[in-house]
Structures are given as structure tokens and as C-alpha cells.
Design a protein around this ligand. Structure first.
Ligand SMILES: *Cc1c(COP(=O)(O)O)cnc(C)c1O
Length: 365
């Protein structure tokens, strides 16, 4: 059976272009923050219809530098989802701010805006919605709540490159949109990389300084920064894939629709809310018999992964926040029921049928 994600197949399709670009960069001897990075920044900036895009070393750094550049730090609170990858809260904690969780919507697995307002205190500075699995969070409501309470909004778009809500791309709603180019993401490099997109020029300048040791250049350092640069080889590879991202996402969507047709009667399939374009970073089903399904798939050599088995508030590293089982019931329930199935643009119809047949058969047992 095929893997969860087959990067070899994608590489085979674009191998000549990639090798050509990488060779050009190696010959050029310009390896960090050069023309490839700035061209990629321009491309991704225009794709999102924003004024600035800044390449950084990872998605985690994109979040960290975005939060920090907005002036958020010790004593501040940032509201986010307990149902996400751990890096989302790490980025908040690096700045000294405190993550405050709000439970999720059981259909999209994104933060539930109806519960969000109750979490706002006089210390709240920002909301950090995650577009989990590639389905946009309810940005229109979140932006309204943020505006009414003078809060910043930082979007975690690590899983949602190309997703949109009523024609507007994720990452372009808030004060900053943060992307990851980790190899398995919808737009993935051959190593680590990330990007922040935003409209505010001053914040963009601050992020550009933070990514480069607090300097605008010339060995003048205005603040303590980081080494968080994007390199030319990653940017060159990303440019090749960026040209194809809509096609890749389109193929993910077709694959998801095929899974939906085959599985609708057996499990809870992912939803796509009206006005939303889901880019299926993960194709994630939900069933009270999740463990049984996963075991049976495994016996047949079909891979599947639980994203995420432990919600963040129950992680050992988060113990000091004092949450318990029952603090966020929906996130906890979803963690026990979700299962992500093989998903990538090159996945074939026969594979989708094979996975769906195995699931349907095991649910009859
Ligand atoms: C991948 C991911 C990140 C972190 O991105 P890196 O590039 O691996 O640092 C953050 N948030 C979410 C939701 C992710 O999926």
C-alpha cells in the first residue's frame, strides 16, 4: 500500500526543474536571502493580495516572530486552539505570553468563535486561530470579535496554503498570516522554511530585523533578533512548486471528494462550510470506532495517523496551566475519534477505493 504522503512521486514529476534550479543556485554562490527568496516573497505576497511577505526559517519561527513583532510578550494572553500541532503554543510561549485555550467546533475542528469571547480578559492581546487540516477557521466572526475588543489576530496557516473563505485567502485576514514549508505541507520545501504575510509596513520591518539578528544590515543592530533566514535553495525549490500549488490543491480536493462519496455512510467525513475552500492538508475522518479502524487498516498495510491524539491542554509540557480532563470536552472527544487517511495530490483513485473498502468492511464486523 501507498504511504500517508508520497513525496517521491511529486519529486519525480518535477525532478528536471528542481535539479536545474538547485544547480543554478549552487553555481551562483548566493545561498541565503538572495533573489530567489525575494522573488518567492513577491509571488506569495501577490497570491495573497497583501503588501508584504517575509521568508523565515520555519513555520514555528513565522509564528514566533509575528507574535513578537506585534509587541506581545510577558504578561499578555493569546487565545488559541487546544487542537493543533504543538508548535502553535510553543510560538506563543517563546514570547513570554500565556496561551489561553478555547474549545473547538466539532465540524471544522477550528476554534469555536461562540466560545471565544468568554475567554477575553484585560490581559488578552491576540487571537491565534489555526486553519487546521486546511479548512479555514471562521475568520469573519473572529475578525469581528478582534475588532470589538482591540485584539491582534495572527493566523496559523501552516496547513492551509491556498485555502480561502468567500474568495479571501487564509493568511490575509489577520494582522499576520504564518506559513510553514516543512516538506509534508501542501507547499513543501526539501527542508525547513516559513513565511509571514501581512499588510503593515512597520510590523514587516520589525520581522525583517528579527529574522536577521536585529539588523537592517551594515552590522548595526537595533534589537536582539534571531537567525531565522530562508535559504536560496529552499526558495528555488519552493518557486517550482508554488507555480503548481493550485493544481496540487485541486488534486487534493478531488481526492477528498472521492473519499467523501465512498465513506459518507460509514464515518463522519470532513466538512467544507459554505464559502470555504478546504485544501485537505489532511483528510481526517471521525468515528467512535477509530481504534478498530486503525488496527484493521494496519493489518492490511494501509497507513493512517491520529492527528492529534492528545489535545495541547493535556500535554505534559502544559501541565502547569492547570487544565484537566474535561476542560475542553470537544477537543478531547475529537482527539479520541479522528483518523487521517493517506492524502496527497498524486494519490490514485485505486488507492482511495482500497482504503475506503477496507474501512467499510471493518465497520461491518
Ligand atoms: C507544521 C505546523 C507548524 C510548524 O511549522 P514548522 O515549519 O514545522 O516549524 C505550526 N503549526 C501547525 C498547525 C503546523 O501544522
Amino acid at each position: 500500500m501507498k504511504p500517508m504522503i508520497d513525496l517521491k512521486k511529486q519529486y519525480a514529476e518535477i525532478k528536471d526543474e528542481i535539479l536545474h534550479v538547485v544547480n543554478e543556485i549552487l553555481e551562483s554562490s548566493q545561498y541565503v536571502l538572495g533573489k530567489r527568496v525575494s522573488d518567492l516573497e513577491t509571488g506569495i505576497r501577490d497570491y495573497h493580495g497583501v503588501r508584504e511577505a517575509i521568508g523565515v526559517a520555519s513555520g514555528t519561527d513565522a509564528l514566533h516572530l509575528a507574535i513578537k513583532s506585534l509587541g506581545i510578550g510577558t504578561g499578555d494572553e493569546v487565545i488559541t486552539s487546544p487542537f493543533t500541532f504543538f508548535a502553535t503554543v510553543e510560538a506563543i510561549l517563546y514570547t513570554g505570553a500565556k496561551p489561553v485555550f478555547v474549545d473547538i467546533d466539532p465540524d471544522t475542528y477550528n476554534v469555536d468563535p461562540l466560545l471565544l469571547e468568554k475567554k477575553i480578559t484585560k490581559h488578552t492581546k491576540a487571537i491565534l486561530p489555526v486553519h487546521i487540516f486546511g479548512h479555514p477557521a471562521d475568520m469573519e466572526k473572529i475578525m469581528d470579535i478582534a475588532a470589538a475588543n482591540s485584539l491582534k489576530v495572527v493566523e496559523d496557516c501552516a496547513q492551509s496554503f491556498g485555502a480561502s473563505l468567500h474568495g479571501k485567502k487564509t493568511g490575509s485576514f489577520g494582522d499576520a498570516g504564518c506559513f510553514s514549508f516543512y516538506p509534508s505541507k501542501n507547499l513543501g520545501a526539501c527542508g525547513d522554511g516559513g513565511m509571514v504575510v501581512l499588510n503593515n509596513q512597520d510590523i514587516a520591518d520589525a520581522i525583517k530585523m528579527l529574522r536577521n539578528h536585529g539588523s537592517r544590515g551594515g552590522y548595526r543592530h537595533e534589537c536582539i533578533g534571531y537567525n531565522s533566514r530562508l535559504d536560496e535553495i529552499q526558495a528555488g525549490i519552493l518557486q517550482v512548486k508554488f507555480r503548481k500549488i493550485d493544481e496540487y490543491n485541486g488534486r487534493r480536493r478531488e481526492n477528498a471528494h472521492m473519499y467523501n462519496r465512498l465513506l459518507a455512510d460509514s464515518v463522519v467525513c470532513p466538512v467544507e462550510l459554505p464559502g470555504a475552500v478546504h485544501v485537505y492538508h489532511q483528510y481526517t475522518i471521525r468515528s467512535p470506532r477509530r481504534d478498530h479502524i486503525q488496527q484493521k487498516l494496519k493489518e492490511q498495510g494501509i497507513p493512517s495517523v491520529v492527528y492529534y491524539p492528545i489535545p495541547l491542554h493535556l500535554q505534559k509540557a502544559m501541565e502547569y496551566l492547570g487544565h484537566r480532563e474535561g476542560s475542553f470536552p470537544m477537543a478531547e472527544r475529537v482527539s479520541k475519534e479522528v483518523l487521517s487517511l493517506p492524502m496527497y495530490p498524486e494519490l490514485e483513485a485505486a488507492d482511495i477505493h482500497c482504503v475506503a473498502d477496507a474501512i467499510r468492511a471493518c465497520l461491518k464486523e
